[in-house]
Ligand binder design. Structure first.
Ligand code: SAM
Length: 240
């Protein structure tokens, strides 16, 4: 364990997140698999260990500083890529019933390997477009919490993600610096998708000090049947 690991554990502890030795070991195994598989496929541009812990693991777990995970049972992560933010959240909060959706099969294979090697249970990794998966009755209007980090602009993301949330559930969009314009641009999509902006939280990553924002959108009614539109349309012609 290096000095940053000690600070990483202490910073999470300050936020009420206590990591057991098993969870620390799972994060380390995840890091090792990420770097190993990244040599064969494009999973992340960040491979230096301390940077992965800060920009992927800490950043993912930071959602729990603002959304109480004890109240979340089901989580859907859309466009999870190499597993962010949902896999670090699942490691830290093992009670979560997690569904991951990604349109790139190689990334799904990587995620299935991580899930199996780390011995995680109640995780389902689905290869597919969010637009198609959200039409399936077992995933539509179902989840307490839906997450997306670095997938698309908010106006398009609302259409990809909100259909998964149950009525009264939330969509947490994890963004970098200054999401103000995106939020304004996404106003119409929230109205169309029967959702409302609840709150925007700001944090700084602890070592690098870069800005992050977490936009919390609450789903107030079931998603109208016409959404999401056909695969590709929400990104090409976002509701603006
Ligand atoms: N969320 C991860 C992160 O923060 O590191 C990955 C971000 S990566 C830039 C975007 C991911 O979204 C890719 O893995 C891509 O395959 C996936 N993706 C893009 N459009 C999608 C769609 N319509 N349905 C499902 N996955 C999608």
């Amino acid at each position: 364990m290096n000095q940053q690991d000690i600070e990483f554990i202490a910073l999470l502890k300050e936020k009420g997140v206590l990591l057991s030795p098993t969870q620390m070991k799972q994060l380390e195994m995840y890091y090792e698999l990420l770097v190993e598989w990244n040599e064969k496929m494009n999973l992340t541009g960040i491979t230096e260990r301390d940077a992965v812990y800060e920009k992927h693991f800490f950043d993912s777990i930071s959602l729990s500083f603002f959304v109480g995970m004890d109240k979340v049972n089901t989580l859907a992560d859309i466009g999870s890529g190499a597993g962010f933010p949902s896999l670090p959240l699942k490691i830290v909060f093992p009670h979560l019933k997690l569904t991951i959706v990604d349109s790139l099969n190689k990334r799904i294979q990587f995620l299935q390997t991580v899930v199996s090697e780390l011995g995680l249970t109640d995780v389902s990794c689905i290869h597919g477009r969010a637009e198609d998966v959200a039409r399936l009755v077992e995933h539509r209007d179902k989840y307490d919490l839906v997450t997306a980090r670095a997938v698309a602009r908010l106006s398009a993301l609302n259409e990809l993600c909100l259909p998964f949330a149950r009525k009264g559930g939330i969509f947490a969009s994890m963004k970098g610096a200054e999401p103000g314009d995106e939020i304004k641009e996404a106003k119409k999509s929230m109205i169309e998708l029967k959702a409302k902006l609840q709150e925007t939280f700001h944090l700084k990553l602890p070592f690098e000090q870069s800005d992050r924002h977490i936009i919390i959108i609450k789903k107030v009614e079931h998603t109208p049947y016409k959404y999401p539109r056909k695969a590709g349309i929400p990104m090409k012609q976002p509701i603006v």
